[in-house]
Design a protein around this ligand. Sequence first.
Ligand code: HAM
Length: 433
Amino acid sequence: MITYNFTTNICRIGMYKTPRGTQDILPAEQAYWRFIDQQASILCQRYGYQRIDTPVFEESGLFYRSIGAGTDIVDKEMYTFEDRSGTKMTLRPEGTAPVCRAYIEHGMHNLPQPVRLYYFAPIFRYERPQAGRYRQHYQFGVEALGDADPSLDAEVIDLAWQFLASLGMKMLVLQVNNIGCKLCRGDYLPRLKQYYSMHSEALCPNCQVRLERSPLRLLDCKNPSCQQIAQNAPKIIDHLCPQCDSHFKQVKGYLAYLEIPLEINPYLVRGLDYYSSTVFEIQPEGGGAQSTIGGGGRYDNLIEELAGRATPAVGFAAGIERIILNMQKQGIEPPPIPQPKVYVAYLGEEGSREAVKLVARLRRAGLGAIKAPGGRSLKAQLKQANSLGAAQVVIIGEEEAKRGSIILRDMEKGDQKEIPQQKAVTLLRDFYV
Ligand code: HAM
């Protein structure tokens, strides 16, 4: 908050806060982030997915064209602005379209197909903030571009499942559906519209619009009265063309070989327009659609719609904040991030100089060490070493500095001994193994 005084030309700066729906990731939470990031990259390496990073903002048209007008994201949630040249830009509201743009722009169709890519990136959506729903969140996502084989759908679902399992997460439910291709929808959508027209008065205002503009999205409405109506709606899996039907059967077959338990949810449609054929979501048991941890599916037409060659593709993304919330609910602790084990306390100017030298030697030798802050009593320094969890405290007083020695104090045992400074690195290294 800034209060500007026009008479004095002075800005008074009040207390700033994180923008609504965003959060700081404080050091205490970093262990979760590091663990999740590490597991994601280990798994991606194992599955042959390479990292890609795209800009935080893209030309808005990319998202209008891919996610689709009529979706909540495009209609209500994008952070769009004009840059100084008047070009409309949008902060990335999802990761798939930018990856497809990069695939086309860099001629990745010339690489061996499918091209397997992954990202770990911030995503921006102007949503109504609540637990697990933010205006800036992070996604880990994978995209496999250039192969229509159903075993690739199974691979992506397997990767998503193994990723969450590698974090120790249990009690997850995988829901799968097939929302068909243009051909199946030609048969199905008129039936769906006919059914919903019979219930139009009971639909929420948004669904009244969906009925005209994007009938498939009617099945995705979270309004209780619309959900009630959805329960008896015709199912797209009963209207799949032979090709989509066979694809769906094969995906289910592969997932059975991989022993991944799944539920068929014939009303699962996802909130972005580019999907066709396989779609899936992973939720915590009893969590419901609002708490979805990850989701994805096939988007066989997207690259062509973005002016690339016809390129089948499949992918998924998971929300990191939701993963962490669920890990915490399940009592899963990430491995702690190691902290420096050595704390160097000192007395006097000479002691401070020797402390600076010793800390530098330890750090250059690959050992974590920190020097006590200035102007504190030895008692206060030891107290701080204790609260920082140091295993060993080095004390350098004026006398030790003159003698070229240090006092080494074992914090757990409480005993201490004087040793020559030259031996410090060798001795302290033992505490790091
Ligand atoms: P999405 O389902 O919109 O899919 O988002 C993926 C995940 O991001 C969600 O399952 C959820 O965990 C998390 N998420 C979404 N919105 C929020 C939010 N406002 N706050 C916190 N977490 C959120 C996609 O974005 C697709 N691009 C996924 C994909 C990749 N499909 C194919 N490839």
